[in-house]
Design a protein around this ligand. Structure first.
Ligand code: DAH
Length: 348
């Protein structure tokens, strides 16, 4: 007759031996199915109970329970051990070496040329100017004709132009914004004090001091009884705020079709104070903008009666100011996005 007590002992022993050889989860799962599940060998021992003689039933029951307890405990122990080993292995693999230097987060900066635009804008806002927005694609009419540059006029040669069609072009100067501002208000002419920062484009060959795209800040004042004294005072104030209290300005006569008289404005060299150095090419002065009294023909074309109204205008070359301010030798640096450059010249 089957000795269930002995069988229970043997099954328990065999199971524990098998368990001791296991070392992964798959093996462990198979072990559970084989011994401890409902149809497993240990539970199946109970199905033999009915064959056990009455006086041995108690002992046999206890033997089966003992086997069940032992194998379950051994299984639990093994499961916990494998779990711990797995965790230890993962920790080892995913170890972070905190002795390595971290990666620095880099922060963006404002391009020095936008800083100049912001500074100039702030100065004119303080003086009560409004900022108007121009457009990069212009008509020949606004970019040239309303500004007293008729077709075939030789002064067009100074501004070699990207034409999109005969009438459309990339604006060569922010001065086009003067014409727009006056025309928009001509139905009800009223005083104007505006600046217009923006890009301009010319078919220049790019070199250290020229770029096919550059920025200008246009200024326009139209009112009653505006004289060149107002222009000079305004630009003097601007230059002192921008480059320092000690700076002087000098007006040199020049020619622009849209102003009469026209001037180039120099500022006393902010490097050497006027003594002469490499920055000012030993002259003591640096040219920073063009300006003049708005040509009566322009006022007329844009709907402001020159008998009643007069005004002045100016155009600042942004890169030129930025190059002088920061001692940058090559205009192309502003556009090539070399972060070392941006880092060196931002926020100064
Ligand atoms: N538009 C001129 C240029 O691009 C600069 C300029 C000169 C603007 C005199 C003006 C001005 O408004 O009055 O060269």
């Amino acid at each position: 007759m089957l000795d269930l007590i002995e069988l229970a002992g043997l099954t328990s022993k065999k199971a524990k031996e098998e368990l001791s050889l296991l070392n992964d989860q798959t093996g462990l799962d198979a072990f559970y199915a084989k011994y401890l599940s409902k149809k497993g060998e240990i539970r199946m021992l109970l199905s033999h109970m009915k064959e056990v003689v009455a006086e041995k039933k108690k002992e046999a029951g206890e033997a089966v329970n003992k086997a069940m307890g032992e194998v379950s405990a051994a299984y639990e122990q093994k499961r916990a051990k494998l779990e711990t080993e797995k965790l230890a292995k993962r920790l080892e693999e995913e170890k972070i070496d905190i002795t390595l230097p971290g990666r620095k987060l880099t922060t963006g900066r404002i391009n020095p040329y936008y800083q100049i635009i912001d500074e100039v804008t702030d100065i004119f806002l303080e003086m009560g100017y409004e900022v108007v927005e121009g457009r990069d694609v212009e008509t020949d009419h606004f970019n040239f004709e309303l500004l007293n540059v008729p077709k075939d006029h030789p002064s067009r040669d100074m501004q070699d132009t990207f034409y999109i069609s005969d009438e459309l072009l990339l604006r060569t100067q922010t001065s086009a914004a003067q014409a727009h501002t006056m025309c928009e208000r001509s139905a009800n002419p009223r005083p104007i004090r505006m600046i217009c920062p923006g890009k301009a484009y010319r078919r220049d060959d790019d070199d250290m001091t020229h770029s096919h795209q550059f920025a200008q800040i246009e200024g326009l004042v139209v009112d009653k009884n505006i004289s060149i004294a107002n222009l000079k005072a305004t630009l003097e104030l601007f230059v002192k705020k921008m480059f320092g209290e000690k700076r002087e300005i000098r007006l040199r006569s020049s020619y622009f079709p849209f102003t009469e008289p026209s001037v180039e404005v120099d500022v006393s060299c902010f490097k050497c104070g006027g003594k002469g150095c490499a920055t000012c090419k030993d002259t003591g002065w640096i040219e920073i903008l063009g300006a003049g009294m708005v040509n009566p023909k322009v006022l007329q074309s844009c709907g402001y009666d020159p008998k009643q109204w007069s005004g002045f205008a100016f155009g600042v070359g942004v890169e030129r100011v930025a190059m002088l301010r920061y001692g940058v030798d090559d205009i192309r640096r502003f556009y090539t996005n070399d972060t070392r450059f941006l880092k060196d010249y931002s926020g100064k």
